[in-house]
Design a protein around this ligand. Structure first.
Ligand SMILES: CC(C)(COP(=O)(O)OP(=O)(O)OC[C@H]1O[C@@H](n2cnc3c(N)ncnc32)[C@H](O)[C@@H]1OP(=O)(O)O)[C@@H](O)C(=O)NCCC(=O)NCCS
Length: 149
């Protein structure tokens, strides 16, 4: 992704070395999974989406994140991918909640959360990467279909 694409992603663009390390981490995820987003018509790869485990407020949760290539944005693909990842995280089991933590300034990603049916709980500060503080929204999906699913 280019500089404009990752402007609102904490830490900004990554070096080739960091990207390779990120890819190795994704491939080696022991809980959760990364997926390509492909078009039903033709199978072209247009982005990625995934879920992984993290600790949040002293409890284990699933976290999700997504990216769609610029030329395919604005067609509802990220929202569809987010809805698909809800299904995958629910099937994986293990945790009740799937969270997303987009920066408060990231209108598009907050729009994806809203569109995919996540509930906005409030804001939270994150140090990511180290030494860089951002304010994110805490969006949550109840995978049991309970209070906010
Ligand atoms: C965030 C991102 C994945 C959105 O992808 P997308 O496929 O364009 O999103 P969608 O078309 O599914 O839009 C979902 C909702 O967000 C809204 N939205 C999307 N882009 C928007 C924008 N630039 N400004 C305002 N709202 C926007 C849409 O209107 C839609 O809501 P609606 O259906 O109520 O109208 C894409 O911009 C991206 O890949 N950005 C770079 C990577 C990134 O920032 N990832 C997220 C890290 S938290």
């Amino acid at each position: 992704m280019d500089t404009e694409q990752v402007r609102l992603v904490p830490g900004g663009p990554e070096s080739g070395e960091k990207l390779a390390a990120r890819h190795r981490r994704y491939v080696g995820l022991s809980s959760g999974r990364m997926y390509r987003v492909t078009l039903a018509d033709g199978g072209e790869t247009v982005g990625s989406v995934g879920f992984w485990e993290r600790s949040w407020r002293d409890a284990p949760i699933w976290e999700t994140g997504w990216g769609i290539l610029p030329e395919f944005q604005g067609r509802g693909l990220a929202a569809a991918a987010a809805r698909a990842i809800v299904v995958e995280a629910r099937a994986a089991g293990g945790h009740r909640y799937l969270h997303a933590f987009p920066s408060v300034e990231h209108t598009a990603s907050n729009g994806v959360c809203r569109r995919a049916g996540f509930t906005l709980l409030g804001q939270a500060g994150f140090e990511y990467p180290k030494g860089h503080w951002i304010t994110s929204n805490d969006w949550r999906f109840d995978l049991t279909g309970g209070d906010d699913g």
